[in-house]
Design a protein around this ligand. Structure first.
Ligand SMILES: *Cc1c(COP(=O)(O)O)cnc(C)c1O
Length: 340
């Protein structure tokens, strides 16, 4: 049966090293990358708070960690969401700020900005509806009161950026009179290089140079914190050849691990020779799942040896993996979850 295996001690060590690399920078975890409570419990020992992007995430985290600082963001907040207690509220538009004022609550606000900055080398850029341009910010500024207070700016401009590129953006974003700046997440995770890590030390050192005296700086990574601690483990049920192409058919599929489909990459994996059934040796194999769709592909044409009954361990399955997958398509059983 397929299973997710989370290495909590690896996560603990990794989060500690990230925390250490960012002295005097507030570190929040973006819960949408993976809201698994066991992972959150480990991360809570290292982070200053959590970034939540819905009423559902807010309820989940507030129940697990009463009193932990929460930053509430996300587009299309309802009035009920705008009333949720939080340490910081990230406002996405002048209309949202007016609805926030109309609730009558107190709030400490960061304006989410969508500046016209060139973002190169990103896996995904957050242009389009997110945040506001300069005209939107200008419209918001006179609306603040003693009760709904402007604390600063929030930016989350792209995902998949290396430290140099993120520092290039930070240089522009920190060059402001605002006392507080949240630089967002988006630290690069390279699925083609499972042993590489984002240069947290270089990023921390760079931010220390760029920040203005007294400026409060916060980051909110998701993927780069939890991607590495998750593994999706499954079994080979069939090895076949169709018009010369070798396929290994695995139990489960991308309804459990959607990451390779959404990212369009080959999910890194290791084959453990536990089977001994019929198979192929040292040739390009495409690894597929049990779904009745040609999109159910984990990795294409990777040279490997694989036999029926072997165990396949997919690495880097700890972020945007199980929680973004279409679990119930075809009504196969859900995977098991193990924590080591
Ligand atoms: C998704 C998201 C993050 C986390 O992004 P990662 O690429 O997972 O680091 C941080 N902030 C906001 C506002 C987001 O939407």
């Amino acid at each position: 049966m397929p299973a997710y295996v989370y290495d909590l001690s690896a996560l603990d060590e990794h989060a500690a090293s990230v925390r250490w690399a960012l002295p005097d920078i507030e570190l929040y975890y973006a819960v949408k990358a993976n809201p698994d409570p066991e992972l959150l419990r480990v991360l809570a020992r290292h982070v200053d708070g959590f970034e939540v992007s819905s009423g559902g995430e807010h309820a989940h985290v507030a129940a697990l960690f009463p009193g932990m600082p929460l930053a509430l963001g996300g587009p299309g907040k309802t009035d009920a969401e705008l009333r949720l207690p939080c340490h910081r509220l990230h406002v996405e538009s002048p209309g949202e700020l007016r609805r926030l004022l109309a609730t009558g609550r107190e709030a400490d606000v960061l304006l989410r900005i969508n500046p016209d900055l060139p973002v190169e080398g990103a896996a995904l850029t957050m242009d389009g509806p997110f945040g506001m341009d300069e005209a939107g910010v200008e419209e918001c500024l006179p609306l603040f009161t003693d009760q709904v207070r402007l604390r600063g700016l929030h930016a989350h401009l792209a995902s998949g950026l290396d430290a140099d590129r993120l520092l290039g953006l930070a240089e522009r974003l920190l060059d402001t009179d605002h006392a507080e700046v949240n630089l967002g997440g988006g630290m690069a995770v390279d699925y083609a290089a499972p042993d590489e890590r984002f240069d947290w030390a270089g990023y921390g050192a760079g931010l220390a140079k760029l920040r203005r005296a007294g400026q409060r700086v916060r980051v909110e990574p998701g993927r780069a914190l939890t991607a590495y601690c998750g593994h999706y483990v499954t079994t080979v049920v069939d090895v076949k050849r169709v018009r010369g192409q070798a396929y290994a058919v695995l139990l489960g599929g991308t309804h459990h691990l959607r990451t390779p489909v959404t990212k369009g990459h080959d999910q890194p994996f290791t084959v453990l020779p536990t089977g001994g059934g019929p198979g192929v040796t040292d040739e390009p194999v495409t690894l597929v799942g049990q779904l009745c769709t040609p999109k159910d592909v984990f990795a294409r044409n990777i040279v490997t040896s694989v036999r029926v009954g072997d165990t396949v361990v997919f690495a880097m399955a700890g972020a945007y993996a199980w929680n973004i997958s279409h679990h119930d398509f075809l009504m196969h059983p859900h995977p098991a979850f193990h924590y080591v």
